[in-house]
Design a protein around this ligand. Structure first.
Ligand code: WTA
Length: 663
């Protein structure tokens, strides 16, 4: 591979690479290449060095206790996450901006660290008054408003675990997650703005709560106001603004053991039921803090924007905990990238905000980059993006075309790009470039973060030589690793540690090239990456078969130009419901109904792009659906090996029908 420091981007060829710009390297937080060697020599000491820059109420007496697959980091240490994100900055940086927020209609708010701290303390007192204490669980179902971060931080102040549920999830998904963790309180808002409309949240909570017996209180933030009337259930529902009145801005922070649970965040599991990923206090914060500092090169002068919703791990680690622990100024936006402050469709809201607010660091997802590519170069071109100095990508593999577009049209060939591979389970970034040090290759996440050990192995768990496609594993424990699956440690051991005993199995394929760069190749299990969201094929299938018309369903992720993957469902319809194959209209209606059914049950993010009504599904002789072949059909490829099929004629049948049932 050639390494061409002067490649401008416009004449990029596969194999070309980009060295960090000299001006960037000269000021970077990570500027000493020795960091990799030092960390590799003694990862525990490396992590302890960063952990010791946090505020501890009591020091730890052992860095790591490793009883595979269970890790304890900073054993015996005590700390509180909210004091690390707030209190310790106040003496010198109380007036620094903590959050700069813009609502979709263009309304703005700025909170300094002092103001944020006061609000968090007040809200922690509110929660305390409602009976929330250490170890209790709190569901958060909120839009992207500062109060979402305030609610999270207030939980950590009391030692209560939050479980944030993405606002795009449905009644059932919210209820399932709330019941699984047994939340006592749910925090929500009336609604929020998206594409000029109000998306209601409280009404979803109203529908979910009758089936959530553990929830005693719903605290409701007024965001949408008159535009979104809500029904308050007496004795259960309380307004945030009523409760906060007169609360003290002081609330003692609970001293938490380093290994005390911090939060639960649900992620899709390949067997359908979502997994409650449990993170603990000391290790998680150390991971989020260290990676934010070194990967995003955070400085006091930055205005840093991670576009992820707080409903995802990226929002936890890189909107809230990592940046605030570093005393960064975080930008937050409520709405859609294609809606203007004037309330009209547009294609440049992000670039407009970067220009107006002088945002310096942008961390977003390939799906957004690809959507912007499609909308056209002229939209970013209208804007002065010279404030930007660093770009990041997360959520799925970024294809080289999108990487280069990002580099040219957003970074204007000045800004390094960090392509960051990690997961809900890993808590913080695992594979990434360091922007002042690493030569980047479009499409590769490059190298493991200092202190992280990974490998690419074959089916038997044997390390593969360079340039071989295999399975990614993490070979040593790291501070921000998940500790278990809430309420199901057996599943934790099964899912992550049983494929290759002693190695963490993230479920991703990968290749390591001759230079040691890692190329992520997508999931190797039944998880789809739809616009960066993890969806399980099983979860969609179980919902589809709940529909009276569906006898059997198989869901696959088909490649999609913008979303990366899009769900496509193949369904066998019960005879009494099957529209005759001659009645195209009736088949279309049923396909549309099934899409809507999934969307209602699981949320709009899960809506299938296409539903194909089929007479049968290709199965092996042992009865397993061969999704690989369905994927070949959906993507219009020549069919792979069909020799293990029980009835090879079935695929030919589906293939001939394919596409005719889309609405
Ligand atoms: C995928 C999001 C390639 C991967 C932080 C992983 C990526 C899953 C990248 C986790 C990347 C995330 N390159 N693939 N830079 N980032 N992924 O839990 O398949 O929502 O296992 O965490 O997203 O998704 P999750």
């Amino acid at each position: 591979m050639s390494t061409d420091a002067n490649t401008s981007g416009s004449d990029w060829q596969p194999g070309h690479s980009f060295t960090p710009p000299k001006e960037f390297a000269a000021q970077a937080n990570a500027s000493d290449p020795e960091i990799y060697g030092r960390a590799a020599e003694d990862p525990e000491v490396f992590w302890a060095g960063y952990a010791s820059r946090l505020d501890w109420m009591e020091p730890w007496n052992q860095i790591l206790e490793w009883n595979p697959p269970h890790a304890k980091w900073f054993v015996g240490g005590k700390l509180n996450v909210s004091t690390n994100c707030l209190d310790r900055h106040l003496a010198t940086n109380g007036d620094r901006r903590a959050i700069v927020w813009e609502g979709e209609p263009g309304d703005q708010r700025t909170l300094t660290y002092r103001e944020l701290s006061a609000l968090v303390n007040q809200f922690a007192n509110v929660l305390k008054q409602q009976g929330v204490g250490k170890g209790d669980r709190v569901s958060i179902y909120m839009p992207m408003v500062p109060e979402a971060a305030i609610a999270m931080l207030a939980c950590t102040r009391l030692g209560a675990l939050h479980s944030v549920v993405f606002g795009g999830f449905s009644v059932e998904s919210l209820a399932e997650r709330t019941n699984d963790c047994g939340a006592k309180v749910i925090i929500t808002a009336d609604g929020y703005w998206r594409r000029g409309n109000i998306v209601p949240l409280k009404s979803v909570v109203d529908e979910a709560l009758p089936s959530c017996p553990s929830v005693k209180r719903a605290i409701v933030l007024r965001r949408a106001g008159d535009k979104c009337p809500v029904k308050m259930e007496p004795g259960r529902d309380l307004w945030w603004h009523d409760l906060i009145v007169g609360q003290s801005t002081d609330c003692a922070a609970e001293p938490m053991d380093a290994e005390d649970p911090l939060f639960i965040l649900y992620t899709s599991g390949s067997t359908g039921k979502p997994k409650g990923i449990l993170h603990t206090t000391g290790g998680y914060l150390t991971g989020a803090y260290t990676t934010t500092q070194l990967v995003f090169d955070i400085k006091p002068t930055d205005l840093y924007w991670c576009t992820a919703d707080i409903g995802w791990i990226t929002g936890h680690s890189y909107v809230v905990y990592g940046p605030l622990a570093n005393c960064a100024t975080v930008f937050m936006y409520e709405g859609s990238p294609d809606w203007s402050t004037q309330g009209e469709p547009c294609r440049d809201r992000f670039w407009d905000m970067i220009e107006r607010h002088k945002i310096t660091i942008l961390y977003t997802a390939p799906t957004l980059i690809r959507a912007c590519m499609k909308w056209g170069d002229e939209h970013p071109a209208k804007h002065d993006l010279s404030s930007l100095r660093l770009l990041g990508s997360v959520g799925e593999p970024i294809n080289p075309e999108a990487w280069l577009w990002y580099h040219r049209h957003i970074g204007r060939e000045r800004c390094p790009i960090v392509d960051t591979w990690w997961q809900t389970e890993t808590g913080s970034i695992m594979i990434t470039s360091l922007p002042g040090l690493t030569t980047t290759h479009p499409g590769s996440a490059t190298r493991p973060f200092p202190g992280i050990s990974v490998d690419v192995v074959d089916d038997m768990g044997r390390s593969l030589p360079p340039d071989h496609k295999g399975i990614l594993v993490i070979t040593k424990p790291w501070p921000s690793m998940l500790r278990t699956i809430w309420g199901d440690d057996h599943r934790y051991q099964q899912v992550y540690w049983s494929r290759f005993p002693g190695l963490y199995f993230p479920g991703d394929g990968a290749l390591r090239d001759m230079e040691g760069n890692y190329w992520l190749l997508g999931r190797v299990d039944d998880i789809m990456l739809v616009a960066g969201h993890n969806l399980s094929t099983m979860e969609l299938e179980s919902v589809l078969v709940e529909h009276p018309a569906v006898a059997e369903a198989a869901v696959i992720g088909r490649s999609h130009e913008v979303k990366g993957q899009a769900p496509v469902a193949f369904v066998i319809v019960r005879e009494e419901y099957a529209p005759p194959s001659s009645d195209g209209e009736a088949r279309k209606r049923l396909a549309a109904e099934l899409k809507e059914f999934v969307s209602q049950r699981l949320g709009a993010v899960c809506r299938p792009d296409e539903v194909i009504i089929s007479g049968d599904l290709p199965k092996t002789r042992s009865g397993k659906i061969m999704r690989r072949l369905l994927r070949d059909i959906a993507e219009g490829r020549v069919l792979g090996d069909t020799s293990t099929l029980a009835d090879p004629n079935i695929v030919a049948g589906i293939k001939s029908k394919y596409g005719s049932d889309d609405d």
